[in-house]
Unconditional design. Structure first.
Length: 159
């Protein structure tokens, strides 16, 4: 289940869908997951794969040792072929894990960049709002002063 979830995250990230940012309050497209959760699940999956690989390799070494001890005079070429095939498979899995990690890093960087752009725009709008309120306040004050002057002029004209 964890690998299916992470594969879904990988698929969504490769499509350009960005994960949620709790601090940003943005909504990600449906079907995406939190990047931190996905990264944690990828990490757990990686550790499980490494543990399984260590177990397999220890059994493999033990069997090869027994095989070599039992067949000292026989050719060890089949053993090296099996070892080479296993090495190629392991390398391809390591490459795949590294690619997934790189995709996650890029997605997080893009998300962080967008988050900071939104924060910057918000700060700019707040400053603009404050300045507009100050201008409105000045405008109201000058209007009230002008109205008072007009009222005084009218009162003095009547007197």
């Amino acid at each position: 289940a964890a690998s299916q979830h992470c594969e879904a995250c990988y698929f969504n990230l490769s499509r350009g869908c960005l994960p949620n940012r709790a601090s940003g309050g943005r909504r990600a497209p449906p079907g995406t997951c939190d990047a931190a959760l996905c990264f944690a699940e990828l990490w757990i999956s990686l550790e499980e794969h490494q543990d399984a690989l260590e177990l397999i390799m220890s059994k493999y070494r033990k069997q090869m040792l027994q095989l070599l001890q039992g067949r000292k005079g026989e050719d060890a070429e089949p053993v090296s072929n099996v070892h080479e095939a296993n090495s190629v498979e392991i390398e391809s899995q390591i490459d795949r894990i590294c690619e997934m990690g790189e995709v996650m890093r890029k997605a997080i960087q893009v998300d962080d960049d967008q988050f900071f752009k939104v924060q910057e725009k918000l700060a700019q709008l707040e400053l603009e709002n404050k300045e507009l309120r100050e201008l409105l306040s000045i405008s109201k004050e000058s209007f009230e002063v002008g109205r008072e002057d007009l009222f005084r002029s009218a009162v003095q004209a009547e007197v």
